[in-house]
Design a protein around this ligand. Structure first.
Ligand SMILES: *Cc1c(COP(=O)(O)O)cnc(C)c1O
Length: 450
């Protein structure tokens, strides 16, 4: 016989240690809400089925819901995917030492918009303008919330109602729904596509120019490349041939610095061509906070900074502070804010092998060393691949079950399935993360059904 009165009161359930443990993770309010809903559903179920109260079953239901909520909470994960800059995994991790330095600024009042020399209203860019110039080049700079915003602001400021010429080979989609033609349309600019998918020549660009042309836009191909019979224009030569009224704008995407990946076009090299403007993300290869960085000619940057949209797109103080600090430490080469992409691609292969071996040695028949390549990701071309060693996990478990098991660890371990095998790439793991993965694999490989 059901006795609904046997169900403990909500307050009593909330005091159970296994439920209370979720207060700090989810808040007492959300936990209480979940407990109430589950109790209510359980009551209805009992009434309908005429079963007796089973407290353990009720607790299970509550704990399953809490665990579910806990998964959607933002939290650190272990990136064993072999992709260094992974948009789904928060792109670049920030250097901890810099985060602490910046904490002193953002947890206090700051001179974000106060000129300490004269006590008047100041400019958010402050020293950052000079720091960006010292690191990349260019005359002047401005930053917005991300690179999509940067491109949008540029197009809206200089090309609303005017034509923007883009090569057909550069009309790309990046990740979740960022399409060059869509951004263009939304900003009010008119897309004028030229050339073909594989070949666009200087004449293609020059012949398309008319009085209503505002910009020639060069888009870094980011996540793909064309192999075989293809040809890119010599941008320097193109720049030299553009009429006075047409601006050269480059969406460089990755923020690659000359030293980080020498084989990829860098912001520094593009700036030598003296484009009117160049924009890129702050949290891809540069390794900073989410931001869109625009560098270029002073008069053009001034115009951007005065556009009403700038107020809509401007970042918070954390972003200015983080970028300034990271780049100062980079310029000083003091090791506090090293570029992780640069560090990883310069490690000898023996370093990569030694790390993978630490994992394989746990159970050599089940954890097999695999020579493979890691990718830089984040708006660099797929050609930015470098030799590394991973481990492939030999198990009776189905690959999708195994990948889920890894993901259910605390902290979650994110691996990849390649050629029907689960692979873990130790290249991006810190020493601490490597030992977490080691401990996990030590237990996993001894399980019966493994
Ligand atoms: C990544 C990327 C963008 C979008 O940058 P967000 O910072 O994610 O807004 C735009 N253009 C190119 C070429 C990119 O690679």
């Amino acid at each position: 016989m059901r006795q609904l009165s046997q169900i403990p009161p909500i307050e009593k359930l909330l005091n159970l240690p296994e439920i209370e443990a979720y207060f700090t993770l989810l808040s007492r309010t959300i936990v209480a809400e979940i407990v109430k809903t589950q109790v209510k559903e359980y009551r209805n179920e009992l009434v309908q089925t005429n079963q007796s109260v089973d407290i353990t079953l009720l607790l299970d239901k509550i704990l399953v819901k809490l665990a579910y909520q806990n998964k959607i909470r933002i939290q650190p994960i272990i990136n064993a995917t072999g992709i260094v800059v992974h948009t789904n995994l928060g792109r670049s991790p920030l250097p901890k030492a810099i985060w602490q330095e910046v904490g002193d600024i953002v947890c206090n009042y700051s001179n974000l918009e106060l000129n300490l020399l004269n006590g008047k209203r100041g400019n958010r860019m402050g020293l950052l303008n000079q720091v960006l110039q010292a690191y990349f080049g260019g005359e002047s700079s401005i930053i917005v919330n991300n690179n999509a915003a940067a491109l949008h602001l540029i197009l809206k400021t200089f090309a609303e109602g005017k034509e923007v010429i883009v090569s057909r080979g550069e009309q790309i989609q990046i990740g979740g729904g960022f399409r060059i033609p869509d951004i263009l349309a939304d900003s009010g600019a008119i897309l004028r596509d030229v050339g073909t998918t594989n070949i666009t020549t200087i004449d293609d660009y020059l012949n398309a120019i008319n009085d209503n042309t505002a910009i020639v836009l060069i888009v870094h191909q980011s996540n793909y490349y064309i192999e075989g019979f293809s040809q890119h224009v010599d941008i320097k030569q193109l720049a030299a041939n553009l009429p006075e009224h047409v601006m050269l704008v480059i969406d460089q995407g990755s923020g690659n610095h000359l030293a980080a990946i020498p084989s990829e076009l860098s912001v520094n090299n593009y700036l030598k061509i003296e484009p009117d403007l160049i924009c890129f993300s702050g949290d891809k290869i540069l390794g900073g906070p989410q931001s869109g960085i625009i560098l270029g000619k002073k008069d053009k940057i001034n115009k951007l900074s005065k556009h009403p949209m700038m107020r809509v797109l401007r970042p918070g103080k954390e972003t200015y502070a983080l970028l300034e600090k990271i780049l100062i430490h980079r310029l000083n080469r003091d090791g506090k804010a090293d570029n992780s992409v640069e560090l990883l691609i310069n490690q000898p292969l023996s370093w990569h092998l030694a790390r993978a071996k630490q994992l394989a040695d746990i159970a050599p028949e089940k954890l097999v060393l695999k020579a493979t390549k890691f990718m830089v990701g984040g708006g660099s071309t797929p050609r930015a691949q470098f030799d590394t060693w991973a481990i492939s996990i030999n198990s009776n478990l189905h690959t999708s079950t195994l990948i889920e098991r890894l993901r259910n660890n605390n902290p979650p371990i994110i691996g990849v399935i390649q050629n029907d095998q689960v692979l873990l790439y130790p290249v991006t793991l810190s020493d601490e993360e490597l030992s977490i993965v080691k401990d996990y694999l030590t237990i996993l490989t001894t399980e019966i059904d493994f």
